[in-house]
Design a protein around this ligand. Sequence first.
Ligand SMILES: NC(=O)c1ccc[n+]([C@@H]2O[C@H](COP(=O)([O-])OP(=O)(O)OC[C@H]3O[C@@H](n4cnc5c(N)ncnc54)[C@H](OP(=O)(O)O)[C@@H]3O)[C@@H](O)[C@H]2O)c1
Length: 321
Amino acid sequence: MVAAEDSWTRPLGATGLQVSAVAAGGSPLAGMPWLYGYDVPFERAVATVLAVLRGPISLIDTANAYGDGESERRIGEALRRAGGLPDGVVVATKVDPRGRDYSAARVRASVAESRDRLGLDHLPLVQLHDPESFAFEEIAGPGGAVEELVALRDAGEIGAIGIAGGPVQEMARYVELGVFDVLLVHNRWTLLDRSAGPLIADAVGRGMGVLNAAVYGGGILAAAPGTSASYAYQAAAQETLDRVDAMHLICAAHGTDLATAALHFSLRDPQVTSTVVGLSRPERVAATVEAAQVELPDELWPELEALLPPERVWLDAPFEH
Ligand SMILES: NC(=O)c1ccc[n+]([C@@H]2O[C@H](COP(=O)([O-])OP(=O)(O)OC[C@H]3O[C@@H](n4cnc5c(N)ncnc54)[C@H](OP(=O)(O)O)[C@@H]3O)[C@@H](O)[C@H]2O)c1
């Protein structure tokens, strides 16, 4: 299913869920200074989620493991203060292992923990989170985590299921199983990295919903010039940093800023159902929605494209299907 480019709310693949073009990413909400370089106090996170619930963003993405459950707890607290889940809002979460346990039993326990923290009886979208540090055969084999997620969905205990992670070769193996409704990929379909091209095309061809996460590369593309040196939570190559500096200048010359361009890179791609942006400040919500509505000049795109870093500095080598 290809999302209509000009509609804010669109179907998420064949899940039956409707989601907004921009989704609120719940990872920074947990307060994880080792990942983002700053802490987020509880009340600021709750206020951010309340701001989301009052606005047009209708998809919130979180995970069992973000801050050891803190992201889900904070979202759950905001939902309670809002008097429950507003109509049309989708809270998507992910199952996570506990230590080296990513068994079927752990999947059930993870779902139960998420329900409890979020205060939601029904989880409309549950994604298998970051399976790449486990053997594919263990996770996707008989009696494994994938089989359990499929069984939970088919029994109606959870809604749709997705695969959420990074390394594209490994994600492709999960997509090829043909059992997932949604693909979430991060940091690999941005102004700086296109490793996920064939993966996303494959998911779209299968009718899956596509969530493109971390279009700011974890912050660098939204930060003021010269204030961030990491991409995807790790040190960026000097070549990449130089290109970011040049991109800032091009955006300024076109009367916009790099954050807006980085967001629109994903928004303008009809393959992407929703673009997942990490937010942990209430004022970011309206600013992001406003940025999503800005019209950018067509001439901007070839100029930014000319600065795309070479494949050798992308997170993953692209692959052929
Ligand atoms: N494996 C997975 O499933 C996976 C992996 C990565 C990401 N994700 C999902 O995707 C979401 C997005 O990824 P991400 O949060 O890591 O990275 P991101 O969206 O690329 O960047 C988020 C960072 O950008 C900052 N930011 C956002 N808008 C800004 C603006 N207008 N000006 C300045 N700074 C701005 C945020 O700051 P503030 O915190 O100050 O608002 C935050 O530090 C995550 O939250 C998560 O839901 C999933």
